[in-house]
Design a protein around this ligand. Structure first.
Ligand code: PMP
Length: 350
């Protein structure tokens, strides 16, 4: 007789991370390729001498820094071991086994995995033909058992934005006892005047959480720090369900330093946004279908040709993120990295 693990987890697909191939350019995980902000590296070095001590479990200095940055009460903030951990904590905080989590699909691949691991029920809502969230269909998917809705904007992997007016109308129609999580992992790259700001929305709606991360624009993916801003009751529950000490000391120090480097952050994001425009224009000129993107990646809905495209990019030493049968997501890197990708895309032929 062997040990018994949960039968429902046997078929659970593992989370697939973007690959690192030595000698190739990695455009597979939506990281910034410029590296961490210099002040963050200094803070990490300074904090390194204290790692024989447990980190501050309450993440108090970083929480205070975020509270000052956004001008929100610290009680409304929860910091997590990456925003992916907060996704799980949010489902744990709201759902038991009879409850349902509504989310768009395709979207961030952790949503279905986490929902199943926590033991709640998944309700996947297909994207529109334009690769955007179908908010009308998401509303229609709400049942009395719905406890949580993930709204990913810009959506990973398609890059599409939910517009502020559209989101407002949607939120008006979501029952007040259902928590809406605005997953804004790519918020800092957004430049559309129509974009919603989840932190602002969370000031006026009691069932909205904005979730952001230090992994993307701030360049700290390897350290794992994300945060959620929302109702006090939700933030408190997130802190209860967290694994103790899950936000490590180096992550806390680096995140505080990064928050203080807003000018440098804005310059970097502006570079990414400019490169995003160039990559998008060039791909469209080559004949590719590329939805408008507000994130630091582009989506190529290549359908059945995705595998072939992925192989071709790998042969040209560019690693993209392929979703079999659906499309390829390609991170915007530095100009020379994007040039290498564009050359591969050109020789593939749209
Ligand atoms: N949300 C979205 C939409 C993402 O794309 C990601 C990372 N791929 C995350 C959350 C999680 O990011 P992290 O855990 O690094 O903060």
């Amino acid at each position: 007789m062997s040990v018994r693990t949960r039968a429902d987890l046997e078929q659970l697909p593992p989370y697939v991370a973007g690959r690192t191939v030595p000698g190739s350019i990695k455009l597979a995980s939506n990281e910034v390729s410029e590296g961490p902000l210099p002040s963050a590296v200094t803070a990490i070095n300074d904090a390194a001498t204290e790692v024989h001590r447990y980190p501050d479990m309450g993440v108090s200095a970083l929480t205070e820094a975020l509270a000052a940055h956004y001008d929100v009460a610290p009680e409304r903030i929860a910091v997590g071991c990456g925003s992916v951990a907060l996704c799980e904590q949010l489902v744990q905080a709201t759902c038991t086994s009879e409850d349902e989590v509504v989310f768009p699909w395709r979207s961030f691949e952790a949503y279905p995995i986490i929902t199943q691991v926590v033991g709640a029920k998944q309700v996947k809502v297909a994207l529109t033909g334009d690769h955007a969230l179908d908010l009308e269909a998401m509303l229609a998917a709400i049942t009395p058992a719905t406890r949580l809705i993930f709204v990913c904007t810009p959506n990973n992997p398609t890059g599409t934005l939910v517009r502020a007016a559209e989101l407002d109308a949607f939120l008006d129609r979501v029952p007040e006892d259902v928590l809406v999580v605005l997953d804004e992992a790519y918020f800092e790259f957004v430049d559309s005047p129509d974009a919603p700001d989840g932190v602002e929305i969370s000031r006026v709606r009691d069932n909205v959480v904005s979730m952001r991360t230090f992994s993307k624009a701030y360049g700290l993916a390897g350290l794992r720090a994300g945060y959620a801003i929302g109702p006090v009751k939700v933030a408190e529950t997130l802190r209860k369900v967290t694994i103790p000490f899950s936000v490590n000391a180096l992550a806390q120090a680096a995140a505080i330093a990064s928050l203080q480097a807003q000018d440098e952050l804005r310059r970097r994001c502006a570079d990414v946004v400019a490169e995003r425009g160039r990559v998008h224009r060039e791909l469209v000129a080559m004949g590719y279908e590329v939805p408008e993107t507000q994130a630091n990646f582009v989506w190529l809905p290549l359908g059945g040709r995705t595998g072939e495209f992925n192989e071709h990019c790998l042969e040209n030493r560019v690693v993209v993120r392929a979703f079999a049968g659906e499309g390829a997501r390609v991170t915007i890197g530095q100009a020379h990295e994007n040039d290498a990708f564009l050359a591969a895309a050109k020789s593939f032929g749209s």
